[in-house]
Design a protein around this ligand. Sequence first.
Ligand SMILES: NC(=O)c1ccc[n+]([C@@H]2O[C@H](COP(=O)([O-])OP(=O)(O)OC[C@H]3O[C@@H](n4cnc5c(N)ncnc54)[C@H](O)[C@@H]3O)[C@@H](O)[C@H]2O)c1
Length: 267
Amino acid sequence: MEQSLNRFQGKAALVTGAGSGIGRAIALRLAREGADIASVDVNEQGVQETAGMIRELGRAAYSFTCDIASVQDLELTAAGALEKLGKLDILVNNAGTGDSNAFYEDIDEALWDRIYAINVRGPFFFAKAIAKHMIDNGIKGRIINIASTEGKTNRGGSITYASSKSALIALTQALALQFGPFDITVNAICPGLIDTPIWHRSDKIMDLAQGSTIKMVVETAMDSRMIKIARVGMPDDIAGAVAFLASDEASYITSQAINVCGGLEVH
Ligand SMILES: NC(=O)c1ccc[n+]([C@@H]2O[C@H](COP(=O)([O-])OP(=O)(O)OC[C@H]3O[C@@H](n4cnc5c(N)ncnc54)[C@H](O)[C@@H]3O)[C@@H](O)[C@H]2O)c1
């Protein structure tokens, strides 16, 4: 997708989960529009590849290998990104994980804590670290959390994933209230069914050709008229919405959880 806009010249962004899928598309989209980027991911190879792609676009790019389940690790990463970039205008909490719809009896304390640490605690502590910098420096910042339509209506049946994404939407609203007086907006995006490696893992487990699971799920959702746009969602669909929310045009939008899902979710 070609972008002719240049809305983020002189801005700096930190994107978590930037080593793959939606996070990589977001990092590249913000960079194409002029932003310098700190890419964060637990996957060292993936995040370095993303940083390389950003440098090829002519933007400053730094990669940080970080497990966002560790608050200590993410605080060091936030400090490192601020040191390298000099400032941060945009935070995108995109990294997330699920439990492959584990049966309730198979969910133990460790699994529960790990999912919540990545999907809820990490985004809060990143927001805490970076909002303080934005407030101290008078930056009218943007915080965008990647939740899920599953956080609004649980269609997939996951216990930890769906409930943690609901918590992320609630966290978005709470932070929007506290950061509003500083002109920092906080919003969530709720992707529907988006073709990324998250789905390709199911292909592998079920020994199917790459892309089969997402195709099957989307076709079922279209057959039952839940999805209105007759195609699979792509990472760029999410990146476009993130870029809008990060832009000056969205300065009066906060505390929202916006669906980008081909009409799958209507609330
Ligand atoms: N793909 C979809 O259909 C879909 C739908 C709704 C929501 N989402 C959400 O979108 C976000 C991105 O997912 P995706 O589909 O691009 O998946 P993905 O697996 O391709 O990317 C997720 C990235 O997050 C990273 N990550 C995971 N745990 C981490 C940790 N502890 N610390 C740092 N990085 C970590 C992974 O290494 C990976 O690079 C997630 O929050 C996901 O829940 C995806």
